[in-house]
Design a binder for this molecule. Structure first.
Ligand code: ADP
Length: 162
């Protein structure tokens, strides 16, 4: 049973994340989506809200568990008995940061591998940050987000602007 952990902030979950999860299920028997609190990124949604949206989007996909974790990712990965960390690689801009994190994580835990997956081209420019910007300026979200996630994002942006 090959278990992979897909960590992230998921503020909010996009079709880019879903694409990576679907691809990772071709490599792993089971994938745990691990939502990080990440207060340093000042998320727009609380941890509970982000978890709820990932659960909603993943509800019909078999082999996916959704949870949150605190502290060092590699500690969580070792505790959960997972075989690898899954990360998505978009354009070249992701590479340096991801490379650095993978090597640090390898130093911290020799037996934990990081596996990178590339999304479909149509999502390779997509990020939660850009999506929040599109939402702020009233752009259409239908191609990038689950409809309920889009609705919650628009509602949150409106209430923050008030
Ligand atoms: P983090 O704060 O850990 O980067 P994110 O939620 O932004 O969390 O992203 C989680 C993971 O998903 C990262 O590996 C990121 O590169 C990847 N990811 C995010 N959006 C996409 C996308 N559109 N295509 C592929 N991978 C993505």
């Amino acid at each position: 049973m090959k278990l992979g952990v897909y960590p992230g902030t998921f503020d909010p979950v996009t079709h880019g994340h879903t694409d990576i999860i679907t691809r990772s299920l071709r490599v792993f028997d089971k994938v745990v989506v691990a939502v990080a609190p990440n207060p340093a990124k000042y998320p727009l949604f609380t941890l509970a809200e982000r978890l709820d949206m990932v659960r909603l989007v993943m509800k019909d996909i078999d082999g996916v568990d959704v949870t949150s974790f605190e502290g060092l990712l590699v500690d969580y990965v070792e505790r959960s008995g997972a075989h690898a960390i899954i990360r998505g690689l978009r354009a070249i801009s992701d590479f340096e940061h991801e490379f650095q994190m993978a090597l640090i994580n390898r130093k911290l835990a020799r037996n934990v591998e990081t596996v990178f997956l590339m999304p479909s081209e149509e999502y390779s420019y997509l990020s939660s940050t850009i999506i929040k910007d599109v939402a702020k300026h009233g752009g259409s979200l239908t191609e990038f987000l689950h409809p309920e996630v889009a609705r919650r994002l628009q509602e949150r942006i409106r209430s923050v602007a008030l």
